[in-house]
Design a protein around this ligand. Structure first.
Ligand code: SF4
Length: 223
């Protein structure tokens, strides 16, 4: 009997039944401006007999429990980006509603987050790499436990690196504070480049910082 696996080229994750798959089209920031996208997801789920639609922690909507032979047709009908839900790469950037919708926001995390997502989502790196942006210190997207966390504050953004909430949870180190929005991308470029050049295979950013030392990492990223 054929042993099934995840089918990364089809954006399909094998489910617990070892038979059916879930797919999770990329929805940048989890924001849907056109409600027809939701109708299309629901229609496709119905048409192909999906077992469920599941909101994911990466702010996507997964169609769960479809057959391998249906995957190509499903993607054709959805006409959406497969995205990068698994693998050694930058995952969906988590973005809070910030100044687009939230009355507590102090910075425009939506436009920054969408810019980050556009540039980095899917980029291959030594290990998986999670990013989150939020518009105020309430931290609804939990930037302190992401490889790269960017938190809005009254005078700009706080940039944190090396967090994760996995098997060995680690709070991120604060790299910079009060960073203006138009300088954030440049700093993120430096962080990602440094990580790419210095991390070992499968080494999360936080593990790399613990191995090299935060003071050295900070100095080298910012020099
Ligand atoms: S982090 Fe702040 S700005 Fe973002 S949703 Fe939460 S309260 Fe609103």
């Amino acid at each position: 009997m054929e042993i099934k696996r995840d089918l990364l080229d089809k954006g399909a994750i094998l489910q617990r039944d070892k038979e059916t798959y879930a797919i999770a089209p990329h929805i940048p920031g989890g924001i849907i401006f056109d409600s027809n996208v939701l109708r299309k997801l629901a229609d496709v789920a119905d048409k192909y007999g999906a077992k469920a639609l599941k909101l994911t922690t990466a702010q996507r909507i997964a169609i769960v429990g479809v057959q391998e032979e249906q995957l190509d047709a499903i993607w054709n009908e959805l006409d959406m980006d497969k995205g990068s839900a698994v693998g050694l790469c930058v995952r969906s950037v988590r973005i809070c509603p910030s100044t687009a919708f939230c009355k507590r926001a102090q910075q425009d995390a939506v436009s920054l987050g969408l810019e980050l997502d556009k540039k980095y989502h899917g980029m291959e790196l030594p290990s998986k790499f999670k990013m989150a942006v939020c518009g105020c210190p309430n931290s609804c997207t939990e930037p302190a436990v992401k490889d790269l966390g960017i938190m809005g504050a009254p005078k700009g953004y706080t940039i944190m690196i090396g967090g994760n909430a996995g098997v060995k949870p680690r709070l991120a180190n604060v790299l910079l504070q009060q960073v203006p929005q138009d300088e954030v991308m440049n700093i993120v470029d430096k962080i990602v480049e440094y990580y790419k050049n210095n991390a070992r295979n499968y080494e999360r950013l936080g593990m790399m910082i613990d191995r090299i030392g935060f003071d050295i990492v900070k100095e080298e990223i910012l020099k």
